[in-house]
Design a protein around this ligand. Structure first.
Ligand code: SF4
Length: 337
């Protein structure tokens, strides 16, 4: 479909009603920015980026705890993007000795076969499923050198906090683990979408229709990957982790907004193993990630965007991962210049 045809279809379906839609997935943020999806939307439809990048919403306390472990000379394995978040005093894990960047939990487990290793992990259900498998393996093979400092998030309670949004583009990767059915019961319409620009545009058209009709039954526009019901991966998550309260960067404490290691696996919980103290961290007040993640502003409205804050020198977490809302918008602005 041509750009004009999309614009006409959005205008016709939305009937000119002002509408605020939000995508809740870092991969969607990137694909929307790269695919120029916002150019398809008429002026009455605003598409916001929500708290769907796990690095962006990681608790500010996590970096303080990781730095404490390094002071005890305990080596860390850290997802690459997470290591670039500015922590207390601007310190970043990737600039500290004793940190090995990894791309999967299996790499962290392999390191633990040679030496003591704490894996610092963040993520939603797909990452939790991979981490559950690794923790189960560590328990089975009795790899005592391995433990996890985790800050896993549970997405669903956050939807209720995003009051100013009329409809959600739901995350395909998360839904592939939780099943479509997990998104029933939201107070606003939602459509699960794939990641190609055309899949996203089609799902957005579907979402606009659902918003106009106030149809609250979530739809699955990614059925080739997303099942109706949760499968074995979600069962594995439930065996190893349990739902708990969690601090989301930019949003605050979210009851039931996280997952922690269950008692049965406590020997692999780094907080218990090393008696890590808590580090209630102040959020960086100049960074407006919180407003971006709650859909109050677009990244370009932050005075630091593209000036003091760039992917090379991030001021806040939303500029760290390529899937962060600020980084996704910045990268596409750069490409357009
Ligand atoms: S541009 Fe940088 S400082 Fe501004 S909200 Fe985004 S991450 Fe924070």
């Amino acid at each position: 479909m041509s750009l004009q045809k999309y614009r006409n279809a959005f205008a016709r379906l939305s009937q000119g009603r002002p509408m605020r839609l939000m995508e809740i997935c870092g991969s969607h943020s990137l694909s929307i920015a790269r695919g120029g999806i916002r150019a398809l939307l008429p002026d009455n439809i605003t598409l916001l980026s929500g708290p769907g990048c796990p690095v962006c919403v990681s608790s500010p306390e996590l970096i303080g705890q990781a730095l404490w472990l390094l002071r005890q000379k305990i080596p860390l394995a850290v997802f690459g993007d997470l290591a670039r978040i500015p922590g207390p005093g601007g310190r970043r894990l990737d600039r500290e000795p004793g940190v090995t960047p990894v791309y999967s939990p299996d790499e962290a487990l392999a390191l633990a076969e040679k030496r003591e290793t704490v894996f610092v992990a963040v993520g939603f259900e797909p990452t939790q499923a991979a981490c559950a498998a690794v923790l189960s393996e560590a328990a089975e093979r009795k790899i005592r050198n391995f433990s996890m400092l985790s800050d896993f998030k549970h997405l669903f309670p956050v939807f209720a906090m995003l009051q100013e949004v009329d409809g959600f583009l739901l995350p395909g990767h998360v839904a592939a683990v939780t099943g479509r059915i997990a998104f029933d019961g939201l107070a606003r319409p939602g459509v699960v979408a794939g990641f190609e620009p055309e899949e996203i545009a089609t799902a957005l058209l579907h979402l606009v229709k659902k918003v106009v009709e106030h149809d609250l039954v979530s739809a699955n526009d990614y059925p080739q990957i997303v099942p109706e019901e949760p499968g074995a991966a979600m069962a594995a998550v439930g065996r190893v982790f349990e739902v708990c309260g969690s601090v989301w960067r930019g949003i605050g404490f979210v009851p039931d907004g996280g997952r922690r290691i269950r008692e049965e696996f406590v020997e692999f919980d780094a907080v218990e193993k090393y008696h890590i103290p808590s580090f209630p961290a102040q959020e960086e007040t100049r960074c407006r990630c919180g407003d971006v993640l709650r859909g109050k502003i677009r990244p370009a409205a932050c005075p630091f965007f593209g000036k003091k804050c760039t992917p090379e020198h991030p001021e806040g977490a939303c500029m760290v991962s390529s899937e962060g809302a600020c980084a996704a918008d910045y990268t596409c602005l750069e490409a357009a210049v």
